[in-house]
Design a binder for this molecule. Structure first.
Ligand code: SAM
Length: 241
């Protein structure tokens, strides 16, 4: 069954956007994944088609209404237990990881809710089974770019979308480390040469060099990742105290 993305948004024209070109676009045309963008405003009930209102308690901006979004969601996921997870893009969510991306890519797809304004009435998250996802500690103007980012990360893992399936396995985060640095021709550029070992043809040495660089670069650039990686390595066997 192909990966199916349903995006609930006030800007359906933003989809597939950049996912309609390159490898993701070819995958879309070949039916390796599919998408539908649903206009949330179509579920508004007043004559102004309002989707938002002023924040309870005062403050700047507007808040998206739970009743309108719930009607949009329920039209996509009718009945009980959704087969596809419902994700809401929000800076208040759990940071997205490559593990989560891989699990999503292995599944039937996702229903993705894109916020705007100051966000969404909290009662929606109490009333529906929704996973709140953040793509990083910064604020975008809307959830659409976050949804495109999440989808891009998933779609490239769908079998058949990327040219060489093995090329994904070394990548940053797949191993718990950053990837080693990459080089290509020309061998010399602005007085800098590609490291000798990478031109040696000795696969064991190349492998060892790449591993060492992945470790040292991760330790220097992402001490948080390195700590987690080292923690996982020295974990006692389960059950041991
Ligand atoms: N007032 C909110 C806050 O401070 O948490 C920010 C709202 S933001 C301007 C509008 C929408 O953009 C959010 O509802 C969410 O859908 C999306 N968004 C912004 N930053 C995001 C992030 N880092 N990850 C995921 N979605 C984000």
């Amino acid at each position: 069954m192909p990966f199916v993305a349903t995006i609930l948004t006030l800007y359906p024209e933003m989809f597939p956007g950049p996912l309609g070109i390159s490898l993701a676009g070819r995958g879309l045309r070949e039916g390796l994944w599919s998408m539908e963008a649903v206009q949330i405003r179509d579920f508004a009930t007043d004559r102004h088609r309002s989707v938002d209102d002023t924040p309870a308690g005062g403050g700047a901006g507007m808040v998206m209404r739970a009743d309108v979004i719930a009607a949009a969601l329920d039209s996509v996921v009718p009945g009980q237990g959704p087969a596809r997870p419902i994700l809401a893009m929000t800076p208040r969510g759990k940071p997205l990881t490559q593990d989560r991306v891989r699990a999503l890519a292995d599944g039937p797809g996702a229903v993705i809710l894109c916020g705007r304004f100051e966000g969404i009435d909290e009662r929606l998250f109490e009333a529906r089974d929704i996973e709140q996802v953040s793509i990083g500690d910064y604020i975008l103007s809307g959830g659409e770019m976050a949804a495109l980012t999440l989808l891009d990360a998933c779609i490239r893992l769908i079998p058949g979308v990327m040219g060489a399936p093995s090329s994904g396995m070394d990548e940053s985060f797949e191993t718990g480390l950053l990837e080693y640095p990459q080089y290509t021709r020309p061998v010399e550029w602005e007085g800098r040469t590609i490291p000798e070992v990478l031109r040696s043809g000795d696969h064991a040495k190349i492998e060892a060099w790449r591993r060492a660089r992945a470790e040292s670069d991760t330790r220097l650039r992402r001490p948080d990742l390195w700590e987690r990686h080292e923690g996982a390595r020295v974990q006692p066997p389960s059950g041991a105290r």
